[in-house]
Design a protein around this ligand. Sequence first.
Ligand SMILES: N[C@@H](CCC(=O)N[C@@H](CS)C(=O)NCC(=O)O)C(=O)O
Length: 243
Amino acid sequence: MITLYGWGPAFGCPSPSPFVMKADIQLQMLGVDFTRAIADLDSVPKHKAPYVIDDGQLIEDSNFIRRHFETKLGRGLYDGMSGRDIAASWALERLAEGQLVKIMAWERWMKDANFNKGPAHFFDAVPAPARADVIRDVRQAQAAMYAGEGTGRFTDAERMQLATWDIGALALHLGEQDFLFGEKPTCADASVTAVLISCATDFFDTPLTGLVHQHANLVAYIDRMKARYFAGARWPEMAAEPA
Ligand SMILES: N[C@@H](CCC(=O)N[C@@H](CS)C(=O)NCC(=O)O)C(=O)O
């Protein structure tokens, strides 16, 4: 029995977490038969989702989930790709989930209006008397983290300039193709789509939505990937929330 732990639809996206979307897509790409369940972050050492339990074995982190099943199944998401395309694939993944995702998360967590309508609800289960303090502490820790790694030191305009370059590079690479490396989806499509969906949602008030929608090819690509991988995805009701 294989279970992917994460969270289902929220914020106008198939999951509030791009990493959960990525792992979900990659498991489907690999042909893994799995079910979905709500994550309990306190139950896992890294305190992050996605994680998978495969017949009692815990695998944390989307990249290691992918590696676990590639090893187990003896087939991989790079199969058939040239070395040059594999290198480009990894670079595109890192651009999306190492850079652009930080700007997306900053928009959700650091802008009060966005936070209040979105991530604040992750804390609805915290007893009311403690909730405001918990939220304040978590957001202060997030702000310190963003300041430390640099995203928080840019002005809004600078952050959006960086996002414009990131999103523009993804649009240029995709071009007229259906998927990043041609007619069939490959590894990086999972990660890139997950982050683009997270940026493009109109649930939040952020320039990122418009930056993605400026590129008709990206909008069509997102729709294509959503129809292929999320039309039939079934999640249980949220019973635990990310922190
Ligand atoms: N590198 C991890 C990133 C996972 C991640 O950042 N997950 C977030 C949700 S998007 C999370 O669980 N955050 C909870 C926390 O940091 O406490 C992966 O690829 O799986």
